[in-house]
Structure formats: C-alpha cells, structure tokens
Design a protein around this ligand. Sequence first.
Ligand SMILES: *Cc1c(COP(=O)(O)O)cnc(C)c1O
Length: 356
Amino acid sequence: MSASPALYDLAPAVLTVDLDALARNYHTLAAVSGRPVHPVVKADSYGLGAAACARRLIAEGARTFFVARAAEGVALRSALGPEAIIYVLDGCHGDVIADLKAADLRPVVNQPGQLQAWTAANGGAWGLQIDTGMNRLGFRPENAPDPSEGLTLVMSHLACADEPQSPMNRRQRDTFAGIADRYPDTPKSFANSGGCFLGDDFGFDAVRPGVCLYGGGPEGRPDPRIAAVATFSAEVVQVRDVPVGETVGYSCGFKPDRPTRIATVAAGYADGVLRSYTGRGSGQVWLNDGLRPIVGRVSMDVIAVDVTDAPDTAVGDRAELFGANRPLDDAATAAGTISYELITSITPRVPRRYLG
Ligand SMILES: *Cc1c(COP(=O)(O)O)cnc(C)c1O
C-alpha cells in the first residue's frame, strides 16, 4: 500500500490478527493430536498474512510449513530465512523446478513425471503425496514409487475430516497405513485440522492443520477449543432513518415494513464481504453489543445494517463481520459458504493489523 501510514491507520475496514490466539491454537492442536504441528500457511496463511503468522509459529516451536504454490514458497523463504523447512503442495511442474531449488523448497511430488524431473534436476529433498481416495492429487497407492534419494515426507489428505462419522476417514487412514509400511524410514503426515481430532491413529508422525490455527472449527462450526484469531471489522460511516415506503440500496433490495434505522458500514464486496449474504436474510454483524441484520444488497464499498433495535448506534462505531463476537463459522454459514472461503476472501484493500 502506498497510502501514508496515518491514512492507513484510518482505514475504515480492518482485519485484525491476534497472534497470541494463533499461538494458543497451535498448542491446542499439538496437545490434541500429540504430534508435532507442521502449519499450513498457503494462500498467505488463509488471508491472515503468512510472514507474520509463520514467524510467530516459529517462535512457538514450528519448523516445517506447507504452502500451495511455488511463488508462495519463494516469498515465505525470504520472510523466514534458511532454517524453515517449506513444502510446496503443488509439486513441481517443469517450469518451477529452478525456483524451487533456488529457494530450497521441497515439492510434494504427486505424479511420476514430476519425480523424474526432480530427480533429473538433482532437486534434493522432496515429499510424496499418496492419493488415498480423494482423487485430487497424488500417486494412487498401487503406483506409489519406491523409496528413493531425498524423500523426506510421505503424506496423504483426508476428504471428509470435518465429518468425524464419515466411514471415508477410516478407509483412507487404513489405506495410508498400508502404504506407509513401504516407507519405514520416512516421516508420515496425514491429518489436516479435522484429522487432528479424529483420534491417535490418525496422527502418524506430524499433523498438518490450517484452518483451526486461524480460528475455524474442525467441523465447520464454532468449537470452544479453537480461539478466534481474525477479526474483520468496519466503521459505521452514516446512520439514517428510513420511513416505510422507501427502500435501501441497489435494486431497492430492502423494503422496511416498519420505520427503520440503517447504519451504513464501510465494508463491501471489494473488501471481501461476500455478496452472497444478499437475499439470504441470515447475514449479521456484531454492532453496538448485539447481532444486527445485514439488509439489502451487499455493494462494493458498504453494507446496510438494520440498527432499529440499537438506536444509539453512531458514526464511528465498529461493526464486526466476524471475530470473537460473531464466530467465523457462523458468518460463513450465513453467507452459504465455509470459514476457509470467508477468510481467504478478504481483499488486499483491507489492512491487516497484528496483535501480540
Ligand atoms: C489445505 C491443506 C491442509 C490444511 O487443511 P485444513 O483443513 O485447513 O486444516 C492440509 N493438507 C493439504 C494437502 C492441504 O491442501
């Protein structure tokens, strides 16, 4: 951002990241799983800022991280220095091998061509992804390569970890356990956030959580064991009374049936307020000590909030779109999506502020 620091401080919409809460979630996941935690910091730590989050996680004891893209790995390497171990889940398609090597990144190799290319390039350390049923990335078990030079991690990924009752979880675990025996000398990683809570035999050697570090519940709803990390808040910039017969916002999207006080809050879809709140009737923000409905259409820069029941709401008050008072998972459900999408949707226009 090129705005002056003072102007940046005045930004009406802000994403506050509580690094102490991140640290608490890290230790909770380590305790619940009984395993070392290898944080997933892809997509800029799910939108919260990978450099700041990973630095704090290193201070808490983490050493190994996962990103999705090679470019994310390159950026993380320059933020963290040479000590961190960084795996790239995308693997290595030909074009990125030189960059992976230059930044000492480890591809999670997911198909034979990648393994050949990495070996031919003398790539060095690498991870191996086995597909145990998700049919997304990785070698099918029957095609899994023999252990070879540089292999430092064997991993797989759960399709239904957020549904503890799903028989798919055990099926995948057993498939992975079977294949793991072929790599007795290599550490194994299986569990994402939800997997950390599925029981000891899902832990293998290290767990690989993402969303629970950042405050999302393991089952898509708020979980008392997981602390809120991200708070997305925005300022009230106008309050007005709308008489019956008038309408609010684009396409006259809200027609009050009682005299209504509307607070205009300075966050819209260009900040990451999903437009899918529109028309669902379930969008709410925490404002003036209560949950208040988002009404009418989400527009680019603002939303309208019905504060008739909190009539002293004033310009300068802050509305919380998610955070400790409006759980991330509840906000996501109200928008018809999941916590992951909600936090990764906060746009670059919104400054990140770090606490702790
Ligand atoms: C994103 C991802 C994770 C982390 O998943 P969460 O559900 O956020 O904990 C772990 N492993 C792989 C392969 C992933 O793609």
